[in-house]
Structure formats: structure tokens, C-alpha cells
Ligand binder design. Structure first.
Ligand code: MN
Length: 203
């Protein structure tokens, strides 16, 4: 069973003006598609070719760099599209998630600053994450390239409930070198209902 590119749950221009339509179209139809195509190619004839993406991530140390990079790319982007939505449409975290955020970080604003700092200080390309760790606690971290906290080689293992792409291809057309501006603006288009669902499933 080959992996397929999931459809976006909204139009390419739905996240304007925070994320422009050209960035979304290139990001989804070219970057994500290339990860899917290259993952399928890398798994041809592999005994793990029928494994789920989560199972591939959990055993990534047994796989080639091509499976790690493209499998990570497929998992990460599939989550990224889901945790975004048009500006002003989200009502914020569920009561359950809000309580955990307040207990762990002090406030939602403090959490946003922590994730933005994790993304801004990631040298080169990578992701900033909000995860549930093995003790069911919330934690923030970042990973390089297309790695993620589900991978068995992750320095910060956990179940991601929100991931923010800090590769230049995610923001360069609109924000150029100003990654921190992108990391401030993106909170306007976060789908907290989906993040809250991800949190409930991770517990
Ligand atoms: Mn990307």
C-alpha cells in the first residue's frame, strides 16, 4: 500500500494573509508530494512497505536516511495541515488542554513564546513541537530536518500534538529571513480544536 498525498482540509488561500496562497500551494503540491513520492520509492521491495507511518517512525533507526527524511516529511506535513485553519475561526484549546497548558507553562501566551523560541533557535531547517511525553506531561522541543518526536532516535521522545514547520519553504515568500515574525503570526491560524483532539488521543 503506497502512501498518498492527503488533500488539504481548506483552500490554498484559506490562511491568507498569515500564510499566503503561493506558499501553501508550493508547500503542499510540491514539497509534501515529493516526500510522499520519495518515501514510496525508498520503501519499494522493503519488508516494512506495508507498515503504518507511525510504525515506521517508531522503528526509524532500522531504516535508510531516505525513509527517515521522507517518512518524517510525510508524517510532519500531514499533521501540519490538520492543525492549521483560517484566522479567527478557532475558539482556542479545550478546557482539558487549557488546564494542562496553564499547569505546565503558566499561560497560553507563555506556551506560545516557548514554542516560538524553540523554532527560532533551531539552526537550519526543522520543526518546533508541543508533545505529550511518556509521563503524559506536555513538553516543548524542536527537531532537525524532517525528524520528529515519534522517531526512536529522537532526543525529545513524545507524541506530537502540534508541530510547526520552520523550514524556509514554509514562510520565505512572505516573511523572508524573519522567521520570528512567522512564528508570531502563525498563532492566528492554529486549529486548537484539532490540537485538543490530538491531546485527548495522546493521553
Ligand atoms: Mn515543510
Amino acid at each position: 500500500m503506497a502512501f498518498t498525498l492527503p488533500a488539504l482540509p481548506y483552500a490554498y488561500d484559506a490562511l491568507e494573509p498569515i500564510i499566503d496562497a503561493a506558499t501553501m500551494e508550493i508547500h503542499h503540491s510540491r514539497h509534501h508530494k515529493a516526500y510522499v513520492d520519495n518515501l514510496n520509492k525508498a520503501l519499494e521491495g522493503n519488508e516494512a512497505a506495508d507498515a503504518s507511518i507511525e510504525s515506521l517512525m517508531a522503528n526509524i533507526s532500522k531504516h535508510s536516511p531516505a525513509v527517515r527524511n521522507n517518512g518524517g516529511g510525510h508524517y510532519n506535513h500531514s499533521m501540519f495541515w490538520q492543525i492549521l485553519m483560517p484566522s479567527g475561526k478557532s475558539e482556542g484549546p479545550s478546557a482539558q488542554l487549557a488546564e494542562a497548558i496553564n499547569n505546565t507553562f503558566g499561560s497560553l501566551d507563555a506556551l506560545k513564546e516557548k514554542i516560538a523560541a524553540a523554532g527560532a533557535t533551531r539552526f537550519g531547517s526543522g520543526w518546533a513541537w508541543l508533545c505529550v511525553d511518556a509521563n503524559k506531561a506536555l513538553c516543548v522541543c524542536s527537531t532537525p530536518n524532517q525528524d520528529n518526536p515519534l522517531m526512536d532516535i529522537a532526543e525529545c521522545p513524545g507524541t506530537p500534538i502540534l508541530g510547526i514547520d520552520v523550514w524556509e519553504h514554509a514562510y520565505y515568500l512572505k516573511y523572508q529571513n524573519k522567521r520570528p515574525d512567522y512564528l508570531t503570526a502563525i498563532w492566528n491560524v492554529i486549529n486548537w480544536e484539532q490540537v485538543s483532539k490530538n491531546y485527548a488521543s495522546a493521553l
